[in-house]
Design a protein around this ligand. Structure first.
Ligand code: ZN
Length: 346
C-alpha cells in the first residue's frame, strides 16, 4: 500500500510525495488521517530549517498534532473500534529510563516524539493520508467531534500541562501573553479552571480578536497601546499568574512588572537566550516555572474536546488539502490572519 506524505527536506523545501507502508502489526492500528494542525515547531522547521539546537538534518515528515479514522486493527487490539475518530499522541517515552521509572516521562532520556527533529534519525510525523501507529497512542472521540477539533488534542494537552504548573486558578487574576493557538487554548483552560479575570496581550489585532471567544475578559495590543498594561503594575502588580506564551522579550519583561509578589509566571513559549529583570524575580519573590509538552494531560484533553467542555473551534482559522501543504505552511506564517492552520487528508 502507498500513502502521500508531506516531507520537509530543509528550509522552505516541503514536498508532497508518495511512499509505501506496511499493514499494522500486533498492537498497532491503521489510520485514515483526517486533519493535522501546523504547530510553531513545524513552522520553524519550514521557515528556518529548525530553531536553536534543533535543526532538520535529514528529510522529515512534518506534523505531530493530528487526527484520523481507524481503518484496521492489528493483532491483539481490542479497545478501539474501526471507524472511530481518534487523535494520535505523538509522545513515546521509553518507559525504562530513570525519569520514566520515577513517573516523569516528559523528561525521558530516550523520548521519541513524532514529527520532531530533536533526535537522529528524526521521528517521522503525521502529515500523511495513511498512518500505522501504536494503538496505545490513539485516543477516541465522541460522535459530535470534528477531525479538526480532535487534531487540537495535542496543543490543548500542552496548555493543560501549563495550567497545572500554576496551581489552583479558581478566582485568580490571570494574564496570558501571546494570543497564538497555545495562548488562546491556555485562555480556555484558565477559564475552565475558574479564573476570575483573564487578560490577553499580543501585537496582532487578528490574534486578539479570537481571545474573547476563548474566554478572555480583556485584550491589549501592546504594540499599538504600549501603556495598556501599566494599570496592572499597581501595588507591585496584580496578576496571580502569568502564562508567557509569546517567548518575546518585551512581553516577558512586562510579565515581571505586572505579576503580584509571590505570583507565578509559567513559561510556555520557548526561544533562545533572553534577558529578564532578575531584581523583580528576587524582590517580588516570583516563581518562574517552565512547562514542556504534556503527559497524562493528553487523555484529559481528548475528554474535554470530546465533551466540548472546552470548545477549540474558534482557533481553527484555515484548512488546506494535503496537496496544498506548502500554501498551508505559508498561511500559517502570516499571523495577521492565521491562527491554527490545519491540513486535511484523504
Ligand atoms: Zn524514558
Amino acid at each position: 500500500m502507498s500513502t502521500r506524505v508531506a516531507r520537509l527536506y530543509g528550509k522552505q523545501n516541503l514536498k508532497v510525495e508518495t511512499q509505501e507502508f506496511q499493514p499494522p502489526g500486533p498492537g498497532q492500528v491503521l489510520l485514515r488521517m483526517a486533519a493535522g494542525g501546523i504547530c510553531g515547531s513545524d513552522l520553524h522547521y519550514y521557515q528556518d530549517g529548525g530553531f536553536g539546537p534543533i535543526q532538520v538534518r535529514e528529510p522529515i515528515i512534518s506534523g505531530h498534532e493530528a487526527s484520523g479514522y481507524i481503518e484496521a486493527l492489528g493483532e491483539g487490539v481490542s479497545h478501539l473500534t474501526v471507524g472511530s475518530l481518534v487523535a494520535v499522541n505523538p509522545s513515546q517515552p521509553c518507559g525504562k529510563c530513570h525519569y520514566c521509572q520515577i513517573g516523569q516521562p516528559i523528561h525521558c532520556l530516550d523520548m521519541r516524539f513524532m514529527g520532531s527533529a530533536m533526535r537522529l534519525p528524526h521521528e517521522q510525523g503525521m502529515f500523511r493520508d495513511w498512518l500505522v501507529v501504536e494503538a496505545k497512542q490513539c485516543l477516541a472521540f465522541g460522535g459530535e467531534t470534528t477531525p479538526g477539533e480532535a487534531a487540537c488534542a495535542e496543543p490543548l494537552a500542552v496548555c493543560l500541562h501549563a495550567v497545572a504548573q500554576a496551581g489552583d486558578l479558581e478566582d485568580k487574576r490571570v494574564l496570558v501573553t501571546g494570543a497564538g493557538p497555545i495562548g488562546l487554548l491556555t485562555v480556555a483552560v484558565a477559564k475552565h479552571a475558574g479564573a476570575a479575570e483573564i487578560v490577553v496581550t499580543d501585537i496582532a489585532d487578528a490574534a486578539l480578536a479570537r481571545a474573547p471567544s476563548m474566554g478572555a475578559d480583556r485584550t491589549v495590543n501592546v504594540l499599538t497601546d504600549q501603556d495598556g498594561l501599566t494599570p496592572y503594575q499597581a501595588n507591585k502588580g496584580v496578576f496571580d499568574v502569568v502564562f508567557d506564551c509569546s517567548a518575546a522579550g518585551p512581553a516577558l519583561r512586562s510579565a515581571f512588572a505586572v505579576v503580584k509578589p509571590r505570583g507565578t509566571i509559567v513559561q510556555v513559549g520557548v526561544t533562545g537566550d533572553m534577558t529578564i529583570p532578575l531584581n523583580a524575580l528576587v524582590g517580588k519573590e516570583i516563581v518562574w516555572r517552565g512547562s514542556q509538552r504534556f503527559d497524562q494531560e493528553f487523555a484529559q484533553s481528548a475528554a474535554l474536546i470530546s465533551a466540548r467542555a472546552i470548545d477549540v473551534r474558534p482557533i481553527i482559522s484555515h484548512a488546506f488539502p494535503l496537496q496544498d501543504a506548502v500554501a498551508a505552511f505559508e498561511q500559517a506564517g502570516d499571523r495577521s490572519v492565521a491562527c491554527k492552520v490545519q491540513i486535511t487528508f484523504g
